[in-house]
Design a protein around this ligand. Structure first.
Ligand code: ADP
Length: 617
């Protein structure tokens, strides 16, 4: 689904999205909620407690009350205001720590969904752009689920302040007897309304600008993230230096920066202008409030204490209305962002929007014989016009070793991805023991395969955990697999043995050479002890001697299993039982090395002679 441009979300839908987000927040981080709510309650009632006690003290003083009464009010004021202040600080200190926690939990929820999403979903640009928009909305504009507790509390605060201020300032809303039409009060209410309407108008305008900015900036900022990573990751450092790409990359980074700055300037101007207008309106409201209080005081309707209370309350009233309008606006603004987040984590209207889990239900029996049959399999990458693979018919079975050979781009890796259900065929089907692989549970099916891809990843985790792909493992078996992969000698030299952290992400971590990493990837595939082992050019970074050792050892280890090798070095493949030759997405030959060499005009013989020529020169 295209979501380049976010649709307009109606107010009620926004409110619903915000409340659905509250549900997610409660699920992820309910411990944070009580301290956060309490801290906000204490902040809100503090000024009113101060106003109330000041008025009582003044009244006691001006009416000549006994000194004990004055003292009691003073003690009450001190205890109440300090007590509220201390309680608020206590609650804030707890929720400040937990607030960061909430941010990470909501973020981790996104990672969890991304890790579970179908592989092919991750390749779609929409996913990258959605992540970018969610991140950007948070970091640039404070929109998103992490802001929901704050916005809802603002609403509760605004409501509390408005109602409390109305209660304390009530005398100015009642006409002074004999004073005729209370123009000052009418004007004050009119200004309050104008101020509220203007706030709605200016916040909406600012919001539209921000929304537009997020959409306009999503793609350039995504590019900027990549470029920024290139500049900071040592992997790209050599190429950037040797091909003198620093200026080009800096230029691209600056271009996006300038765009960000330009848009932010426009927003700052609007914010400053509307802040000025709101300030002027608020001053007018305060002046009118004092006028109204003065008129009633002169008429003898207010005591000295009440004058202070009412004047203070009217100022609070303006603030309360501002907070209320702001928070209602923000609930509307957060709505679409909450909706996007909910859609992303699968709790929106369409739970499968970003994870089309096409899972089956059958278990896979790994104990007995197995056979995989490809029937007229064809595959086109999402959005691609060309077929990466077409008309493939092939039978793979236990105990047989296969080699896939062919030029770059002939479809070999694509075939492996289809076998392990990283993708489903666009046409035709793949059967395991006579049943379409789509009928099996995906996690069960994947236990059938141990694959070392060309672009495998070794993770920045301790060595043993990498090999076992688990935090608890059988040390002896890990060492055996490392030995089979030719990496045990290297592993034993590491200061922390199997606990050795890999890569310099962690202190004391070691970096790996291409060859070392490949050996670890092979050891990981062996540790999985799967019935079908697939090596996709796994030895490209190994020297010929290491490669030949790996292959010899590997063959004996996987002897009784199924194995599939993809390699450009045909000499490594010649010992396989069956060699499948791919050309432009089609299987063009299948047979043993000898049989294929016998077909003099065949693709395999051409490739073989071309390679032999290099060694004979
Ligand atoms: P091989 O493993 O034989 O080198 P591949 O299976 O990787 O070939 O690629 C087969 C074809 O599919 C090539 O034309 C390649 O450009 C295309 N291709 C590979 N991966 C993708 C992808 N993720 N998206 C689009 N096209 C792809």
């Amino acid at each position: 689904m295209k979501r380049e441009q976010k649709q307009k979300v109606p107010f009620l839908k926004s409110v619903r999205a915000v409340f659905r987000t509250v549900r997610v927040i409660f699920r992820l981080d309910w411990r944070n909620i009580p301290s956060f709510v309490l801290s906000q309650v204490f902040v809100t009632i503090q000024p009113f407690a101060a106003l109330f006690f000041s008025a009582r003290i003044l009244d006691a003083l001006t009416t000549g009350a006994p000194w004990e009464t004055v003292l009691n009010w003073v003690l009450g004021a001190v205890t109440c205001t300090y007590g509220l202040y201390l309680l608020e600080r206590l609650a804030t200190s707890v929720s400040a720590v937990e607030g960061i926690d909430l941010y990470w939990r909501l973020y981790q929820e996104m990672s969890r969904v991304m890790m579970k999403a179908d592989y092919e979903e991750l390749e779609k640009p929409e996913i990258g752009l959605a992540v970018e928009r969610i991140e950007r909305a948070t970091r640039m504009f404070w929109y998103g689920p992490w802001e929901v507790p704050g916005v809802l509390m603002s609403f509760a605060q605004g409501l509390t302040i408005t109602l409390s201020a109305l209660a304390l300032a009530w005398p100015v809303f009642t006409p002074a007897p004999g004073g005729g039409i209370p123009w000052e009060t009418i004007l004050m209410v009119a200004f309050l309304v104008v101020s509220a309407v203007y706030s709605i108008y200016s916040e909406t305008k600012l919001y539209r600008m921000k929304e537009e900015n997020i959409t306009v900036l999503a793609a350039p900022l995504r590019l900027q993230n990549f470029l920024f990573n290139y500049a900071h990751v040592s992997l790209a450092a050599k190429d950037i230096r040797l091909y003198a790409m620093q200026d080009r990359l800096s230029g691209l980074l600056e271009k996006t920066d300038r765009k960000v700055e330009e848009l932010s300037d426009a927003r700052a101007k609007l914010r400053s202008f509307s802040g000025g207008v709101r300030g002027a309106l608020s001053q007018a409201i305060t002046c009118l409030a004092y006028l109204a209080v003065g008129v009633r005081a002169l008429a003898g309707l207010l005591t000295v204490g009440s004058i202070v209370q009412v004047a203070g309350a009217v100022t609070q009233l303006a603030e309360g209305v501002r907070v209320l309008v702001y928070s209602v606006q923000h609930i509307r603004m957060q709505g679409p962002h909450c909706q996007e987040y909910l859609d992303f984590i699968g709790e929106g209207d369409d739970p499968n929007q970003y994870r089309h889990q096409k899972d089956g239900t059958l278990p896979v029996d790994l104990s007995g014989d197995w056979e995989i049959v490809c029937e007229n399999v064809g595959f086109r990458y999402p959005g691609a016009k060309e077929w990466a693979l077409r008309g493939l018919n092939l039978r793979l079975k236990k105990g047989t070793h296969y080699a896939l050979v062919g030029r770059n781009g002939s479809g070999k890796t694509t075939f492996v991805k289809l076998l392990c259900r990283l993708y489903d065929p666009t046409e035709g089907r793949i059967l395991l023991n006579g049943r379409d692989v789509r009928e099996y549970r995906r996690d069960e099916l994947r236990r059938l395969f141990a694959v070392v891809f060309q672009d495998f990843q070794i993770l920045a985790l301790p060595l043993g955990q990498n090999v076992a792909a688990a935090s608890h493992y059988d040390e002896a078996r890990v060492k055996d697999c490392l030995r089979q992969a030719g990496a045990l000698e290297w592993a034993e030299k590491q200061p922390q043995g199997l606990n050795q952290p890999l890569y310099e992400v962690e202190e004391g971590g070691v970096n790996l050479s291409g060859g070392e990493a490949q050996k670890l990837a092979i050891a990981r595939a062996l540790y999985k002890n799967a019935p079908f082992v697939i090596l996709d050019e796994p030895t490209a970074a190994l020297d010929p001697i290491a490669e030949s050792e790996v292959y010899t050892r590997f063959r004996s280890m996987v002897d009784q299993k199924g194995a599939l090798y993809i390699s450009h070095r045909l000499s490594s493949c010649r010992f396989c039982d069956e060699i499948a030759v791919f050309e432009e997405g089609k299987l063009v030959q299948l047979g043993s090395h000898e049989a294929l060499l016998g077909q003099e005009e065949g693709a395999y013989a051409r490739l073989w002679h071309a390679q032999a020529q290099w060694y004979q020169a």
